[in-house]
Design a protein around this ligand. Structure first.
Ligand code: ASN
Length: 338
C-alpha cells in the first residue's frame, strides 16, 4: 500500500488535538494511548516502515497553540532533518490552518514533505476519521513528489499556507483556499497529484530563520455599524500588526473619517496594517473600488490571496525576523512567500 521508492524514514510529531483525546468529566482532552494506536496502525498498513514518534509535552488542545508551539514543531523537524525523509504532524484542527502556514514559512527550502493532520473525532470512537487521515498523511509524507508543508484531511492534500478550517463538525473540515489542492485520494485509494503541485516550494533556498516569538497582532473584522471608537480602542496602544478583514476586494467605509484616521495613526506609529477579505475565496485588490481609496491612503497594504490564518502566521514570522515595518510592508506587498 505504501507508494515509496527506496526506504524512507518517517518522523511523527504528536502535539495533541481531538485525534488522540479521551472523554473526561471536563470534556474531551488529550490522554488516550496514541502511541499504542499509532504503532498498530503503522504495523498493519505500512509494514516494515522505519518510523519514530516524538510527542510534545504537554499535549494540547490546539486552542492553546501559539508561536511557541509552532516553533516546537519546527524544532522537532529540524532536529531530525538529516535522519528522516518525511514528517507527519498530528495537530488539533481548530488552529491547524495557522500552524501549517507558520511551519511552511519557517521551513521554506526544507525540500521534504511535512504533512499536518488531525481528526474531528478521536481514534477511541468507532466512526473516527483519525485512521483515514493518519494513513493518508503518512502516504503523503512518504511521497517524493510532495516536498512542501501541507495539510492532509479527508482525502485532500492542501498547501499549508492556503488551507483553512471550514467546518467544526464535518469530516471535510479543511479547504484549500485560492489554490487547487495538491493531491486527491480517489475512491480506488489512489493518490492523484494535481498541477498545483508546482506550488510546492521545493526549490526555495534554505534560509536561516529566527525562531517564532510572541508578537502583538490584532485581527479586526469590519461590519456594518462598527464604531470608529471601537477600532481606535483596539489600536491603543499601537499593535505591531493588524490583519484587517475588510469587505470584498478590500473595501472599507470611506464615510467614517475617524475610522480611517485611527488606521492612519497606527500605520504612522509603525503598525503594519494588512488587508484581507472576509470572503471565503478571492484576493484583495486595494483601489479597485473608489471606496477603498481611503483605506489605501492610510498606509495599509493588501494581503493578496492569503487567508487570515496565513497572514497571522506570515506577520508573526516576519516580525520574529526583526524586520522593520517598511520591510514587512514590502515583503507582504511583494507576496514573497516562497
Ligand atoms: N479542539 C480540538 C483541537 O483543535 C479540535 C480538533 O482537533 N478537532 O485541538
Amino acid at each position: 500500500m505504501t507508494p515509496m521508492s527506496g526506504p524512507r524514514r518517517l518522523l511523527v510529531v504528536y502535539t495533541g488535538g481531538t485525534l488522540g483525546m479521551q472523554l473526561t468529566d471536563r470534556g474531551w482532552e488529550p490522554g488516550a494511548d496514541l502511541a499504542g494506536w499509532l504503532s498498530d496502525l503503522v504495523a498493519r498498513d505500512f509494514p516494515g516502515l522505519d518510523w519514530d514518534l516524538v510527542s510534545l509535552d504537554p499535549l494540547i488542545d490546539s486552542s492553546n497553540a501559539g508561536p511557541a508551539e509552532w516553533q516546537r514543531i519546527v524544532d522537532a523537524v529540524l532536529q531530525h532533518e538529516t535522519t528522516h525523509d518525511g514528517y507527519v504532524v498530528l495537530h488539533g484542527t481548530d488552529t491547524m490552518g495557522f500552524a501549517a502556514a507558520a511551519v511552511h514559512f519557517a521551513l521554506r527550502g526544507l525540500g521534504k514533505p511535512v504533512v499536518l493532520t488531525g481528526a474531528q473525532r478521536s481514534f477511541v470512537v468507532d466512526d473516527s476519521d483519525a485512521p483515514a487521515n493518519v494513513r493518508g498523511a503518512i502516504r503523503c509524507a512518504l511521497e517524493q513528489r510532495n516536498r512542501c508543508v501541507a495539510i492532509y484531511f479527508d482525502g485532500t492534500l492542501m498547501a499549508g499556507h492556503h488551507a483553512t478550517k471550514i467546518s467544526s463538525e464535518d469530516d471535510h473540515a479543511f479547504e484549500s483556499v485560492n489554490i487547487a489542492p495538491l493531491a486527491l485520494l480517489t475512491d480506488d485509494g489512489e493518490l492523484v497529484f494535481t498541477e498545483a503541485e508546482a506550488h510546492s516550494p521545493a526549490s526555495a533556498a534554505q534560509v536561516v530563520v529566527k525562531p517564532y516569538r510572541d508578537v502583538d497582532i490584532v485581527v479586526m473584522t469590519l461590519h456594518p455599524g462598527l464604531r470608529s471608537e471601537r477600532v481606535a480602542a483596539q489600536l491603543t496602544p499601537a499593535p505591531e500588526a493588524v490583519v484587517l478583514r475588510a469587505y470584498g476586494t478590500g473595501n472599507a467605509p470611506d464615510n467614517q473619517p475617524a475610522l480611517l484616521g485611527a488606521l492612519s495613526a497606527a500605520s504612522q506609529a509603525g503598525t503594519v496594517v494588512v488587508v484581507t477579505t472576509q470572503c471565503p475565496h478571492g484576493a484583495v485588490h486595494l483601489g479597485q473600488y473608489a471606496v477603498s481609496q481611503g483605506l489605501l491612503a492610510t498606509g495599509a497594504v493588501a494581503g493578496g490571496d492569503l487567508t487570515t490564518d496565513a497572514l497571522v502566521a506570515w506577520l508573526t514570522f516576519l516580525l520574529s525576523q526583526g524586520l522593520s515595518p517598511d520591510e514587512i510592508r514590502a515583503a507582504v506587498g511583494a507576496g514573497t512567500l516562497g
